[in-house]
Write a new protein. Structure first.
Length: 202
């Protein structure tokens, strides 16, 4: 959608509850050129009215759920703060709630620091994530990875099974590394989870 300058001002005033003083000026040469920004941070286009409300949103902090993600519709329905997470995955799809630059905060520890702290299993591939139950949090996934002993990768193990519950995983998270990596709009560093049961073979 294309807005005039005056329409943009009205939207900003409405959503930020402010009154702006307007000064009309002559148009400047090159005003119709496309402006862009080069950045290493993931970014995406969103609805303008949602975007002007968008702030840094903490969803979980110190084990406590702070908020759900919302767009204008869901926040009004639940009488909650709008986190400006409206997303349209295609022009043929309706606007839904979705993540944008949603990530687990990394620490200053390296992945090797985590390896040095444990003897365990380092998962490198996950299969069947779509089979996880989003309501109960239960999952049973196929995984491949390396056995970690004395801080080193010792054996590659394939076709293993990792079964647990997502909410239990949150309670068993011991540490995270500094290797934040994004896949689309969601990112995470490597995570150390305690007391997991994984079955498989070399």
């Amino acid at each position: 959608m294309i807005f005039s300058n005056l329409e943009l001002v009205k939207i900003i005033e409405k959503n930020l509850n402010i009154k702006l003083k307007l000064k009309y000026v002559k148009d400047r040469p090159g005003h119709d050129k496309e402006y862009c920004m080069e950045t290493d941070i993931n970014y995406e286009t969103i609805e303008f009215e949602e975007g002007i409300k968008k702030t840094h949103t903490i969803v979980v902090e110190n084990g406590e759920l702070k908020t759900f993600l919302h767009n204008t519709y869901t926040s009004n329905k639940l009488k909650s703060r709008n986190t400006a997470n409206a997303r349209r995955y295609s022009f043929v799809n309706p606007i839904k709630v979705g993540p944008a630059n949603f990530y687990l905060k990394p620490s200053e520890k390296s992945l090797q620091d985590l390896f040095d702290s444990i003897d365990g299993f380092y998962i490198t591939e996950i299969m069947g994530m779509h089979m996880a139950n989003p309501v109960s949090g239960d999952f049973s996934l196929g995984v491949n990875g390396f056995l970690i002993e004395s801080g080193q990768k010792t054996h590659y193990i394939k076709a293993s099974t990792f079964s647990d519950n997502f909410y239990n995983i949150l309670n068993k998270t011991m540490a995270v590394a500094n290797d934040l990596y994004f896949t689309g709009s969601v990112g995470s560093p490597s995570v150390w989870v305690a007391d997991c049961v994984i079955g498989g073979e070399n």
